[in-house]
Structure formats: C-alpha cells, structure tokens
Design a protein around this ligand. Structure first.
Ligand code: GTP
Length: 264
C-alpha cells in the first residue's frame, strides 16, 4: 500500500479510511487534521462527510451529504425526531451512493486516501442498513480500514475503558475490515496507561481492584476474553488538536491494508 507523502500521482487504488467513534470522540477534528497532514505531504485526500447534522465542517469536503439531503427538512417531512432524521437522511443518501462511488473512482489516480467522516452517533452508521451498504460498497471496491476513535481522556476508568473496547470489538465483528484503534486526545492524557492495560492483564486487574461491583467481576472476565482482540489490534495514540501521532497513524493504516490483502 502507498505511504503518505509519496506524491500526488499514484497507480495504486486509494485506501478508504472510515472514521468511526462515539459522539465527541474527535472524529471530525481527526479528519480535519489528517486532511491537513496529507495536503502538507503533497498527497491531498478525497474527503467525504456522511454526517447530515454537522453544523460546520472544519475541512473542505469533496462530497458532503448535506449538499444532497437537508436533515431538518427530512425531520419535518417525515415527522421525525433528530435521531430518526439522521438515520433517514443517511438512508436517502445511501440510495445514491453509486454516484458517490463513481466520483471516488474518477479520483483514484490522484488521491492516495479517501477519508470518510461518519455521523456523530456511532450506531447511526454501524447499526443501520445504509451504513452497511455504504461500507460494503467502499470495501468491495477499494482497500478499506476502519478507524475507531477513542476519547482517551474519558476512558481512564477501567470499566469505562472495557465498555469502549467491547464496542470497538463489536464494530470489528460487524464490519470485518482492517481495524485501527486511534486513542485520541493524547494532549490531555498520554495513552500509555491504556496500552499497558491491553498488554498486561495484571495491571488491568490492579486497576480494577478499586472496584467491587458486579460489573467489575464481569469486566475481569471480559478482559481475558478480549485478550485475543487486543493481540491483533493496531493501536496508535494521536492528538487531533495538536496533530501528533499522524505519521504513525498512516504507518498503521498501510500495515493494516497489507495484512488484510495478504490474508484475503
Ligand atoms: P460528533 O460529530 O459530535 O460526534 O463529534 P466528533 O466525534 O466528530 O468530535 P469533534 O471532532 O467534534 O470533537 C469533539 C470535541 O473534542 C471538540 O470540542 C474538539 O475540539 C475536542 N477534541 C477533538 N480532538 C481532540 C484532541 O485531540 N484533544 C483535545 N484536547 N480535544 C479534542
């Protein structure tokens, strides 16, 4: 797979980077930072915004769902609340995704990466038919990776961390695509504590020993189960605000794509 910065002309197909994560984890800020980074490497990405409800985008999207579907009008027209409005907007957009694919295909000789920002609420994308349709359309045409963005500063409690990892694991199962865990907001707290928890079961157990609830017992068992998930997981610490960790991020993307292509 192509590495970032190798110039704007490339023969390899672009790599699709699907950015997913809980609301507020920093998806949009990360896409903005990745876009700026690739521009500075003379390798401008093709950027797609799939969040119909975002007010202002801090980057220039090549394709923006808001140009096609007006989320507030969808809410009025179908008598929906905000979540129903977002899901329906994404459904409407998915019906025309073949056109988006054509645009991306046209750009495949000039962009090494296609960056895709997804709706704020992660389940809107990961648990909807339209999210599945879009993911499968992309992944069947281009090498694709899922980037799960985690708010590291809000995952310092071992039980919260575990529930975040279970969510990440469920997305891996759902998409079955190469998977990268981007531990974001490392400017607030270094992600080494989380890496240690993943590498050393006993350190995680020690952290859990502060807790005596039923949930902590379950978490203890879960951490053994997740060991397998952790062992093949690609983890990178980033700060979307500062723009740190991005070179390593792209190395992980290339590794994930290479491994996937070797296996399938
Ligand atoms: P939704 O679309 O609402 O789900 O949010 P999102 O996941 O796209 O997150 P967004 O990029 O909007 O960031 C949410 C908040 O986190 C904003 O206030 C960002 O400024 C902040 N944020 C994002 N990345 C970082 C980071 O690396 N460090 C710090 N300190 N704050 C960050």
């Amino acid at each position: 797979a192509a590495a970032a910065g190798a110039g704007s002309e490339s023969c390899a197909p672009p790599v699709c980077v699907l950015v997913l994560g809980m609301a507020g984890s920093g998806k949009t800020t990360l896409v903005q930072r990745l876009t700026a980074h690739l521009h500075s490497q003379n390798s401008p990405p093709y950027v797609v915004n799939l969040d119909p409800a975002v007010r202002e985008l801090p980057f220039a999207a090549n394709i923006d769902i808001r140009d096609t579907v007006k989320y507030k009008e969808v809410m009025k027209q179908y008598g929906l609340g905000p979540n129903g409005g977002i899901v329906t907007s994404l459904n409407l957009f998915a019906t025309r995704f073949d056109q988006v694919m054509k645009f991306i295909e046209k750009r495949q000789n000039t962009s090494q990466y296609v960056l895709i920002d997804t709706p704020g609420q992660i389940e809107v994308f990961t648990w909807s038919a339209s999210g599945t349709i879009i993911t499968e359309a992309l992944a069947s045409t281009f090498p694709s990776v899922v980037v799960y963005v985690m708010d590291t500063s809000r995952s310092t409690n071992p039980i919260t961390f575990m529930s975040n990892m279970l969510y990440a694991c469920s997305i891996l199962y759902k998409t079955k695509l190469p998977f990268i865990l981007a531990m974001n907001k490392t400017d607030i707290i270094d992600h080494s504590f989380a890496v240690e928890w993943m590498q050393d079961f006993e350190i995680f157990q020690d952290a859990l020993n502060q807790e005596t609830t039923y949930v902590s017992n379950l978490t203890r068992s879960m951490s053994l189960v997740l060991d397998e998930f952790y062992s093949s997981l690609k983890v990178v610490g980033v700060s979307a605000v500062l723009g740190t960790g991005l070179d390593e991020f792209f190395v992980k993307v290339s590794e994930a794509v290479d491994e996937y292509e070797r296996e399938y």
